[in-house]
Structures are given as structure tokens and as C-alpha cells.
Ligand binder design. Structure first.
Ligand code: ZN
Ligand code: ZN
Length: 409
């Protein structure tokens, strides 16, 4: 099958399953230069499905890099309010968000970490109230990825650039089930499997989870009213969508103040244009009180110092070690793929949908309930073939959830 035929199937999957677009919907599409061929196919099919307006939020890696390298210092400390205002107005006008990312994991390698940090803080603060539209599912949103040349080369360093891009496309089509005859039907079946486990986990009403692996001995308490979610999400107006393609995870919110023990990450984290490797943490009463990394420790420190909630967890996610993504044996160096190959946690903001009242509570009530709040949400991987996860119920009984990395339920 050629690339164009697969792009047509990928576009259909993104629109039908990812965003379940309806006549009269509008789209904001975040895209960079490598995403244009796929974006054009998506636009064509979206309009055929009844989409009225598409706003392209276009970016170019070289132009982004030029700004980091040459813009004056003051440019990193403020952002015109009209950017956030535009997005908020769009979300209030039936625009939904599609992020088509062709990531470049080390684009900002040569940029001063101080600039990166300041710009992340500035954009996060300015966009905080707009991020809620996504974090609280007030709009439908979907994140997918496609190869950039540097990303493909970092995953397949021994291949030529063109061969690496082709190999990465092939891997993406495999793990997103685009290589199957009817990807939309394949996703509906996959979603049913995730929903069944979600229901089981919710019925158990676990009070805590115990994580054990080499370098990890961690107890994560779960707040009363937590909800496990796997596969599809539902928007506030009741429409189904799939926030990530691919997704293999079933996730909930940890208690922000009740996580204790040691934790060792099992994969590197690509964030802020840098790669952090060999991360480990010590948690006390929910807070990271000590941490280390074999490389990128400065970036990790900056990340943890972002705000009050950035040293606490906002998400715990279960992914079996035999998931299709894990089976490729590849390290994608990209969170969307690597987080669906392994159990993970996120530092920072918790998702409202992971609590029965998550989208209704005030900030004070959220704190009281144990729901973490932060301007960051950064996933990192802790799963692997040596991880065991045990659930503890209110009566003290134990249920083995993951054994040697795979589902025991
Ligand atoms: Zn997750
Ligand atoms: Zn996450």
C-alpha cells in the first residue's frame, strides 16, 4: 500500500474516531511544515463531512528556532493577550482542536535553558484559562503525530533520512491500526476492550495502588470519587471523541498529597526540546522531595519548580507491556507513543474527567479532594516487564492488577 492511500485512511480515522466531526463543527488544526500533505487530506474530508471553517495554527521549526536564537530577551517574558483571546473565542464558537505534530525532539538543543523555561512559563500562564477548554473536555480534541526528518532519524539512526521517514510512517500506521483493512472498526473494537477494563477498575474502588519494580517502591493513594478512563472521552456536551491516537492507557487521578516512596522512570522524556534520561524521584506526602537524572537534570529541575503543583502527580496510567506499541520494540522518544507503550505518571495538572465532580469543583474544593492543579502536565514512563501493580481495597484486600508488566485482571 502506498503512502497516499494510508494518509487517506489515517485522515478518515482522525476525523471519524479522533474528533467524531459533525456537520457544523469548526476545527483549529495545529500543524507544522511536515504535516501539510496530511492536513490537506484532512481538510478535504472534514469539509465533506460537514465542517464549516478550519483555522490553521501553522508553525515552522526553523522559524521557531530563529526566534529562540535571535529575538531580544524581553520577547520571552510576555505574550500578546490576543493569542489566548483568539483561541478562547474560537472554542466558544464550536471550534475543536486537532494537533498534528511532526515533533523534532532536539530542536532546541543549542538554546539557553533559561529562555526555554521563561517562554514555557509565559505561554502556560497566558493560556491557563484556555487550557481548561481542553483539560475539561469543553471541546473535542485529538492529538496525533507524523514523522519529521529529525525525529525519524533519531528513532532509526542507521537508515538514510528518506528510509527513516518511511520506516517511521510504517510504524505509526501499525500502532494506529491504519494498516488494518478497516481502521475505524478496529478502533471501535479496541475501545470496547479498554472500556471493559475501565469498568472493572471503577467497580473495585481501590483506595491505593502499590508499584513495585527495580528502583521503584511507591504507594499511590487514590482520592474518593476518582474515575478510571480508557479509550474514548466524552465532551461536556456529550459527544464522544478519542483524545489521543494511538491510546492504550487506562488512567485516573492520584491523591495529590498522598504519594510516598521511590520511583524510577523507565524511558527518557523528551520535553522543552531536550531529552531527560535516567530520572528517579523520592515522594513524601505527594511531593517530590528529591530527584535525579543522568542527563538533562537542569531541565527536570526547572520543570519541577514551575509552580506549586508541578512537584506532585496529576495522572496515573496503566498500559500493559504487551501493547502493540511496546511490541514494536522501538523507543519513539515521543510522549504520545512512548506513554502508550508503558505505564506512566504525569507531573502537574489532573484531568477533571478523572473525578466524579472534577469539572464542577472550585479550586479550593479540588485541593480538598486531592486533585492536583498546575500549569504543566508532563507524562513520564515508569512501566516495563518488571513492574507489578497491586490494588488495595477499602477493606484491606489486595488485587493484582499488573504482573510482570501485563494485565492480571
Ligand atoms: Zn496518560
Ligand atoms: Zn498525561
Amino acid at each position: 500500500m502506498n503512502l497516499q492511500e494510508n494518509l487517506i485512511k489515517y485522515a478518515r480515522l482522525i476525523l471519524k474516531v479522533g474528533l467524531s466531526v459533525k456537520p457544523g463543527d469548526n476545527l483549529i488544526i495545529r500543524v507544522n511544515e511536515d504535516g501539510l500533505p496530511l492536513c490537506r487530506e484532512i481538510a478535504k474530508q472534514a469539509h465533506e463531512l460537514g465542517v464549516h471553517h478550519i483555522h490553521l495554527a501553522f508553525s515552522d521549526d526553523q522559524i521557531d528556532l530563529a526566534r529562540y536564537e535571535h529575538a531580544p530577551e524581553e520577547a520571552f517574558d510576555s505574550i500578546p493577550k490576543l493569542f489566548a483571546d483568539f483561541n478562547e473565542a474560537a472554542y466558544n464558537s464550536n471550534f475543536h482542536l486537532l494537533s498534528l505534530r511532526a515533533p523534532n525532539p532536539e530542536l532546541l538543543k543549542s538554546v539557553s535553558p533559561d529562555r526555554i523555561k521563561r517562554w514555557q512559563m509565559t505561554t502556560a500562564r497566558a493560556g491557563e484559562h484556555v487550557m481548561k477548554y481542553v483539560m475539561e473536555n469543553r471541546v473535542k480534541w485529538c492529538v496525533v503525530a507524523l514523522p519529521s526528518k529529525p525525529w525519524a532519524k533519531s528513532v532509526f539512526p542507521d537508515l538514510s533520512e528518506d528510509e527513516a521517514v518511511a520506516a517511521l510512517w510504517e510504524s505509526i500506521f501499525k500502532v494506529t491500526r491504519v494498516d488494518q483493512e478497516d481502521p475505524v472498526a478496529a478502533w471501535e473494537a479496541h475501545d470496547k476492550g479498554l472500556s471493559a477494563r475501565e469498568q472493572f477498575l471503577n467497580e473495585q474502588k481501590f483506595v491505593k495502588l502499590i508499584y513495585q519494580a527495580p528502583g521503584t517502591d511507591l504507594t499511590v493513594e487514590l482520592p474518593e470519587g476518582h474515575l478510571w478512563i480508557g479509550g474514548g472521552s466524552q465532551s461536556v456536551s456529550g459527544e464522544k471523541f478519542m483524545a489521543n491516537i494511538p491510546t492504550e492507557e487506562i488512567f485516573t487521578m492520584p491523591h495529590a498529597f498522598k504519594v510516598n516512596g521511590t520511583l524510577k522512570a523507565t524511558k527518557p522524556l523528551s520535553t522543552r526540546g531536550r531529552l531527560i534520561e535516567g530520572m528517579s524521584f523520592v515522594f513524601k506526602d505527594g511531593k517530590v522531595v528529591d530527584f535525579n537524572a543522568t542527563s538533562g537534570k537542569d531541565i527536570l529541575g526547572d520543570l519541577l519548580d514551575t509552580d506549586e503543583g508541578s512537584r506532585r502527580l496529576g495522572e496515573v496510567a496503566l498500559v500493559p507491556d504487551d501493547s502493540p506499541i511496546s511490541q514494536t520494540g522501538l523507543l519513539f522518544k515521543n510522549t504520545l507513543f512512548d506513554e502508550n507503550a508503558a505505564c506512566h505518571f504525569a507531573l502537574g495538572q489532573a484531568y477533571g474527567e478523572n473525578h466524579v465532580r472534577g469539572n464542577e469543583m472550585t479550586a479550593e474544593e479540588k485541593k480538598e479532594a486531592g486533585m492536583n492543579q498546575s500549569i504543566i502536565h508532563v507524562d513520564f514512563m515508569v512501566g516495563g516487564p518488571e513492574l507489578n501493580v497491586t490494588g488495595v481495597k477499602a477493606d484491606g484486600s489486595l488485587v493484582s492488577i499488573l504482573k510482570n508488566g501485563n494485565w492480571a485482571i
